[in-house]
Design a binder for this molecule. Sequence first.
Ligand code: AHR
Length: 508
Amino acid sequence: MTSTSATITIDPAFEIGQIDPRIYGSFIEHLGRAVYGGIYEPGHPDADEHGCRSDVLAIVRELDVPVVRYPGGNFVSGYNWEDGVGPVEERPIRLDLAWKTTETNAFGTNEFMQWCQAAQTEPMMAVNLGTRGIDAARNLVEYCNHPGGTYWSDLRRAHGHADPHAVRTWCLGNEMDGPWQMGQKTAAEYGRVAAEAAKLMRLVDPSIELVAAGSSNSMMATYPQWEETILDHLYDVVDFVALHTYYTLSDNDIPTFLAQSLHMEDQIRTVAAVCDVVKAKKRSKKEMLLSFDEWNVWYHNRESDKVSMRERPWEVAPPLAEEAYTMVDALLVGLMLMTLLRNANRVRMACLAQLVNVLAPIMTETGGGSWRNTIFYPYLHAARFGQGRSLRAVVQSPTYACAEFDAVPILDAHATLDDETGALTIFAVNRSQTDTLELAGTLRSSAELEVVEQITLANADPYATNSAAFPLTVAPRRVEGARIERGKLSATLPPLSWNVLRLKQVPA
Ligand code: AHR
C-alpha cells in the first residue's frame, strides 16, 4: 500500500463559533416504515406501553439526538393534523398522495410528543402550507402550546395531555418550490402565505421560532432567487431559512461522490449570501440563521423505489427509501458533518434525513430486530464529540481533480474544542482510495495535550454494508499509534477512512 502525507494546524484562535447542539438533529416523516414498523409498532415484543419500540428508542438515545423534525417532508403538505389526534378508533384512514400510501393516523401529534419525551429529544413541527393554510397552522400551535381554556387547548387536554407540549420550533411548510409538492407555490405566493401563517402562529405563542422553506435543492431552476423573494416577505418574521440536499453515487465514481461536501459548502455560502443581501436591502440588524433540515445520501435504489408510484398498490407503510448504506456513504456523511461544523456560525440547526428505516442510520425489521447502518457512526461521533467551539483546521493536503471539481483535498479535517472539559477533537477523512495518509498536526494550545484515542471507520470494501444478519461489517475500531510529541501530532489514516482523534489537556 502506498502512502501520502498532509498537515493540519489547529489553534483555539481559529474559532468559527459556538456549535449549536441542534446541528445534530434528525427527522421522522410519515414515509415508508419510519413511523409504522420503525419507531412505532404496537405488538412488537419490545413495544412500550405507548406502542413505541424500546429497542429503537435505546439506539436513538445513544445518538443523543437534540431535535427531531415531524411529520414531513412532502407528507406534511397534504396532512390534516386533526386526523391524528383523539381516540385512535375514530381517526380517519386517508390517502397520502405524497408517497402513495394509506395513512391510518394511528400515530399523530400526541404520540410523537410522547415518543420525543421517551427519546429525550425536542420536537420540531412542520405545518401544512400546501393543501391547508394559516387557519390550520394557528390551530395546531394553539392545540400544542396554549395552556387551556380555549377550544383547541381544551381538546388537547380532553385527549389526555393536560400540560402544553411547548413546541419551540416550527417549519412553515416544506419544499414549496417543488412540482412534486401538494400545493406547490411560486416564491411570491409562498412568501405571502408563510408571512401570514407566521403572524398568526406567533400571535398564539410569541415564544416560538420559525423556519422558512428554502429551495428544495440547489439544482432547482428558481434557486437562489427563491430565497431572495421569500425573504423579501419573511425576513422580519422568521428565524431560519431551510436548506435541503441529498447526494448520490453515480457510475461508481467515488472521487466525485466524496467531493460533494464542497457542493454543500457552496450551497451554505450562497444561501447565507442571499440572506445578507436581503438584510442589507431591509437595513436590518438581524442575521438570518440557516437550518439544514434535510441532508443525506439518497440512492432511490431499492426495488420498491424503482416501481413508479402509479404502479404501486396503496399500502400501509410499505418499505420505501430503505438504504443499505455503504462504507463510502458513511464517509460522505462524515464530510457533510464537517461542512456543517465549518459553518457553525451560520448553520444553527440541521437534520440528518431521516432517523429510522427511511434514509436512516437506524434500521429495523418489522416484528424483528434493529441494527445500525454505516452512516450511524460518523453521526454518533460528531454528536458525541463535536461539541463546544468549532475550530477551523488549516489543512495542507495533496488534491485530486474529478468530474465536478478541479482540486479536492485528499484530507478533510475539522476540530472542536470543549472549553468545559478541555476535550479537543479532530475529525478527519482520508478521501484516497489507495493511499494511507500520514497526518502531521501542529497543535497550538496553552495547555499540554495528550491523545485519548483514535477511532477509525474503514473497510477494504468501499461498498461494504451492515445488515440484520451482519450488523457489524462496518463498525468503528480503536486504532493505536496516534501520538503527540512537543505539540506535534502524528497519526495514520487508512485509505477511505473516517477518523476521530480525541485529545485532552494534561492537568498542569
Ligand atoms: O426526506 C425525504 C423527502 O425528501 C422529504 O419528504 C422531502 O422534503 C424531500 O424531498
